[in-house]
Design a protein around this ligand. Structure first.
Ligand SMILES: [Zn+2]
Ligand SMILES: [Zn+2]
Length: 274
């Protein structure tokens, strides 16, 4: 067990790339939302949709995490589980969802994992994603991560029985560790034959922590992405040769170990009976 105390939730700003000035909020099926705005608390249930045009806080009864849908007017809603806070940011609104890290991992792996991806490559992706969420700091001011490629793509909940959810559950709490710290692990689509060290990138900010290494990749071809950390195409190739997630990660992240975050056994309580 890793003796680090890392919060089990992350604050992710969602839908920001659409530059929202208004959101439409709806409870997921069977859920009750408590919406606090302008000093009032409103109960939102059933099929009702509530427009949000300013600061608001949304949770379930007793302030617990809750399942809800959020949309921009006229576009498809995305579903999340957590607590929502809407803040003003200039003329736009920020929607920040505090969600369980495991929920976020599954949602990101859902976007990153194409159908037909070998299970071990998907598990490697889950561990990389979780490590990033637990180990990366100061990406944004006032919240942890955004849901765009700047941090990691997230488009709402993964289906509970999807391959992404299964890979997340199979690796629950596991992160890459280097010298006692969680590695803010990165990945890119195709390294082109060699991965890069941090110093070889344009963001050569001298910093303590994992330096990343240049390793040979089994796949060549046209480089796509920054080339630091795990090469997704290379990971698929290694998995196709019968190697597991541990071997894949050992290859792309030399000198690291895989360890379990402590406090991962506490389950989110089911919605309280009222
Ligand atoms: Zn970001
Ligand atoms: Zn590669």
């Amino acid at each position: 067990m890793l003796a680090l105390t890392i919060a089990a939730t992350v604050h992710i700003s969602v839908l920001g790339s659409f530059h929202p000035v208004q959101f439409e909020l709806q409870p997921a099926a069977g859920q009750t939302l408590m919406v606090e705005s302008e000093g009032r608390t409103e109960v939102l249930e059933g099929e009702h949709t509530l427009p949000l045009t300013g600061p608001a806080k949304v949770a379930g009864r007793n302030g617990a995490a809750v399942r809800f849908r959020l949309a921009l007017p006229g576009s498809a809603a995305r579903e999340y589980i957590g607590k929502l806070e809407v803040r003003r940011a200039g003329v736009e609104l920020l929607a920040i969802v505090e969600m369980d890290r495991e929920t976020a991992v599954a949602a990101i792996v859902e976007v990153e994992g194409a159908a037909g991806l070998p299970d071990e490559a998907r598990k490697a992706q889950a561990i990389v994603t979780r490590s990033y969420l637990a180990g990366a700091h100061n990406r944004h001011l006032g919240y942890d991560f955004c849901d765009s490629e700047h941090c990691q793509l997230l488009k709402g909940l993964s289906h509970p029985t999807s391959a992404a959810s299964r890979a997340t559950l199979a690796t629950r709490g596991q992160v890459l560790v280097y010298k006692g710290d969680v590695v803010p692990a990165m990945y890119s689509a195709n390294c082109g034959g060699h991965t890069k060290t941090l110093a070889q990138t344009k963001w050569a900010t001298p910093q303590a922590g994992y330096p990343f290494f240049s390793v040979v990749c089994p796949l060549r071809g046209k480089a796509l992405g920054h080339g630091v950390g795990m090469c997704q195409m290379g990971a698929i190739d290694i998995a196709h040769h019968g190697y597991n997630a541990r071997i894949i990660l050992g290859h792309y992240f030399p000198d690291t170990t895989i360890e379990a975050l402590s406090g991962q056994c506490s389950r989110r309580s089911r919605s309280a009976r009222s």
